[in-house]
Each structure stands twice: as structure tokens, then as C-alpha cells.
Design a protein around this ligand. Structure first.
Ligand code: FES
Ligand code: FES
Length: 79
């Protein structure tokens, strides 16, 4: 199990708050996408921390194949 699960073939729009930290699900198995719920424990993946520098809407990668995680870079279109 070295490939992440594709949770969704597109990003999740999230309104983040300045100074708050978020743990992006890298494995794709979380039931509370795009963030980690602990479901990764059966595999090799660990969540990725994101500290929001400002309050804004961001597009978190749902396919788990972005080259610029935790944010979508359009790679889902190639899957
Ligand atoms: Fe993963 Fe867009 S959702 S790159
Ligand atoms: Fe996917 Fe934690 S549930 S990284």
C-alpha cells in the first residue's frame, strides 16, 4: 500500500482561519475529508500539517496526488 486512496477527483473548498492549524489527510482514507481522522494508522501515510497564514478559502487536494500538497495543483485531471 504505497499509493494513497483517491478520496475525490477534485479539491475540497475550505474557509481556513488565520493562525489555525489543519491536518490534511494524505492517505485518502479519512471520513472527514480533506482532513485526517486517524484512519491512516493501518498504512504508511501520515497527515500533513498546514498552518493558515491568513483567513481565506483554500482548495485542499482530494485526489491525494497533488505535487503541492495540501493544496490542489490540478493533478487530479490526469488521474
Ligand atoms: Fe488533487 Fe486537485 S484534487 S490535485
Ligand atoms: Fe488520512 Fe490520517 S486519515 S492521513
Amino acid at each position: 500500500m504505497s499509493e494513497p486512496h483517491i478520496a475525490q477527483r477534485g479539491p475540497y473548498a475550505v474557509a481556513v482561519e488565520a493562525g489555525k492549524e489543519y491536518w490534511w489527510c494524505r492517505c485518502g482514507r479519512s471520513q472527514s475529508q480533506p482532513f485526517c481522522d486517524g484512519s491512516h494508522k493501518v498504512g504508511p501515510f501520515r497527515p500533513l500539517r498546514y498552518l493558515a497564514p491568513r483567513s481565506e478559502t483554500l482548495y485542499f487536494c482530494g485526489c491525494k496526488h497533488s505535487a503541492t500538497p495540501p493544496l490542489c495543483d490540478g493533478s487530479h485531471k490526469l488521474l
